[in-house]
Design a protein around this ligand. Sequence first.
Ligand SMILES: Nc1ncnc2c1ncn2[C@@H]1O[C@H](COP(=O)(O)OP(=O)(O)OP(=O)(O)O)[C@@H](O)[C@H]1O
Length: 288
Amino acid sequence: MNAEQRKECTVCLPCRRAKRYNRYNIMEDYIKIKNLHKTYPTHDGPLEVLRGVDLSIRKGEIFGTIGFSGAGKSTLARCINRLETPDKGEILIDGVDILKLPKQELLKERRKIGMIFQTFNLFEAKTVYKNISYPLEISGFPKAEIKRRVLDTAELVGLSDKLSAYPGGLSGGQKQRVGIARALVNDPYLLLSDEATSALDPQTTLQILELLKEINKATGITILMITHELDAIKYTCERMAVLEDGLIIESGSVNEIFHNPHSRTGELFAKVFLEFQKADSLMNGEGI
Ligand SMILES: Nc1ncnc2c1ncn2[C@@H]1O[C@H](COP(=O)(O)OP(=O)(O)OP(=O)(O)O)[C@@H](O)[C@H]1O
């Protein structure tokens, strides 16, 4: 589709999203998380996992958040889409605190936040088509609209020829494409990516990261990429934050944090990444 056709198109998902995206100023903070707290009750007493997280994400960016295992990354993602209820704090989306929304409005808001996972979380007994259509079916969309959106989204992620396959017959990368399509089919403004490439081999990881970048560019969707893989962040994000022990301890441009980290976690990630890069160069015979 050329630029002129895209301007006219009011039907397909990429065009609808691109139009909505153009209404916003890309530099403004679109998602603001303020002083977010979450404590889990455990056998050993309360476990404080988020201890006052502050984070600002701009409209249409891919924002990275890195942290070691147990830092609270998944809890943060699950608090943002309200799979978990935070104990305290604010999650402002375009100025509206979604933690204060009445139940019905909250449900609607949740549908506008897609999520993809390390383990894909697909329905093994459903076809790719049915996996992708599921969020629309439970929202009560008419059949023709469901079909149109599923076909559109499948095309966007490169799965048009796999709609009648079952997850068991797909590669890891294809499964994650189904996960991405299912997360996008409701036309969300935010995609939470929780370790989405951690279970994939390096080549498939690159393909999925590339796909996320293309989708971000084509639709303007904001993406929060939560991971322990610095190279995934380096490849996709311009800005990032470091989560350590339930707190954001530094945030800024990826290059800045990468070359001049101010936290112990940032330092360790940068060091490990550089070691891998060095090993790669040696293996490729490039010397150091
Ligand atoms: N529902 C729960 N009940 C009790 N404790 C939990 C619950 N969910 C997570 N935790 C604990 O909270 C801490 C943070 O978990 P979380 O999954 O958010 O971290 P993470 O940074 O995503 O780690 P990983 O990279 O290993 O997934 C861990 O100690 C975990 O055991």
